[in-house]
Design a binder for this molecule. Structure first.
Ligand code: GCO
Ligand code: MN
Ligand code: MN
Length: 390
């Protein structure tokens, strides 16, 4: 019933920049040969069970490529997609690598940079639409500051808003199918990035012209870098109908951006994340935005990609095991829930409800003495995760 082999139904995706990552870091040169986009697609075909491959505009077409080079890359990539059966569900724009974006893109002080960033994103939307992409991620890697004297953050967010409004209208006018997913990150590469958490994004969305078109793309590592509970951020996005996409990876708390393989650092967090996605029937893409260790060769990159999906599948199985576990069920059923009639009073305000609520008498010490077996619940959860099933 719970086969661990991934299939297209799992909606697992990778990026050209993730499995194609050559192992460069701020202190060292690449340790693996760069792969052409078609080669990454073929590698993912070899991995097996992958649904799609995502890209930034310049992962596919280098920023300075001429028409002939671009056409050849597109042709080879399309051939590889056809051979592997992969699709392109998500695309995005690289607004961070080129020096022109050294002080931001949509939020730059320089009107030329802002206009170029919007133009570049329009072209990325055109490119993605050719491949049928329906999610457009906006990660503002360089939108931010180190020097607060350099930028008025209110004006910076106004510029951000104008750019997104413009691009939503552009997408609509071209009859593209895009839904835009904002991806929060607190820092790296900027000292401070605007829209640093998923919560900030959710609040910002409601100030846009087309809030219905815009949701979020939360990433495990980014919320952990901010010291936050990722599972709670995702829950808030789900509850708001805004979980358009998700970036799965892992991250030790309090460290630099690590992009670790999903589930490899914080297993319990990963378990509750999978439980949340499964119980709320999240049906979007599950994108592994991580990369293999710098020590990995091609075979180990294949192992990394297979491992990412396998961990998700194992956790899916653990969720089913956990939910059916008699001890877990007994402990959950023991959680005191009080008098359900009280909830009916709180469903909506009325003068009558307020009067009845005002008259209630609560015995605080009795309520506070109701047992909560959360130590036992957590221990049993850990035992199931550790594979002790009896
Ligand atoms: C990072 C980000 C990126 C984005 C990607 C898509 O920390 O570098 O997670 O990988 O997800 O640029 O917008
Ligand atoms: Mn990231
Ligand atoms: Mn990401």
């Amino acid at each position: 019933m719970h086969d661990l082999t991934p299939t297209a139904n799992d909606r697992f995706t990778f990026g050209l920049w993730t499995v194609g990552n050559p192992g460069r870091d701020p202190f060292g040169d690449p340790t693996r040969p760069a792969l052409a986009p078609a080669e990454v697609a073929l590698l993912l075909g070899e991995v097996g069970g992958v649904y799609g491959v995502n890209f930034h505009d310049n992962d596919l077409i280098p920023i300075d490529a001429g028409d002939a080079e671009a056409a050849a890359i597109m042709r080879d990539f399309r051939t590889a997609l056809a051979q592997t059966g992969l699709c392109v569900p998500m695309v995005t724009t690289n607004l961070f690598s080129d020096p022109v974006f050294r002080d931001g893109a949509f939020t730059s002080n320089d009107a030329d940079v802002r206009a170029y960033a919007v133009q570049k994103t329009m072209r990325a939307m055109d490119l993605g639409a050719e491949f049928g992409a329906e999610i457009f991620v906006m990660w503002g890697g360089r939108e931010g500051a180190e020097v607060d004297a350099s930028k008025d953050p209110v004006e910076a967010l106004n510029r951000y808003r104008r750019a997104i409004n413009f691009l939503c209208a552009y997408s609509k006018n071209n009859e593209y199918a895009y839904r835009i997913a904002l991806e929060a990150k607190p820092n790296e590469p900027r000292g401070h990035i605007f829209l640093p958490t998923t919560g900030h994004c959710l609040a910002f969305i409601h100030t846009l012209d087309h809030p219905e078109m815009v949701g979020v793309n939360p990433e495990v590592a980014h919320e952990h870098m901010a010291g936050l509970n990722f599972h709670h951020a995702v829950a808030q996005a789900l509850g708001a109908g805004k979980l358009f996409h998700i970036d799965l990876n892992d991250q030790e708390f309090g460290r630099y951006d690590q992009d670790l393989r999903f589930g490899s650092a914080n297993l319990k967090h990963a378990f509750f994340l999978v439980r949340l996605l499964e119980t709320h029937a999240y049906s979007g893409m599950k994108h592994f935005d991580s990369h293999a260790f710098r020590t990995a060769d091609r075979d180990d990159v294949v192992a990394f990609a297979r491992g990412s999906m396998r961990t998700y599948k194992v956790l899916q199985k653990k969720v089913a095991r956990w939910s059916a576990d008699p001890e877990i069920r007994r402990l959950l059923a023991s959680i005191p829930t009080g008098d359900s009639r009280h909830d009916q009073l709180l469903v909506s305000y009325s003068a009558d409800h307020a009067d009845r609520l005002a008259e209630l008498v609560f015995d605080r010490s009795t309520i506070a003495a109701r047992p909560l077996f959360y130590e036992a619940l957590d221990q049993r959860t850990m035992e199931i995760l550790m594979g002790i099933d009896s």
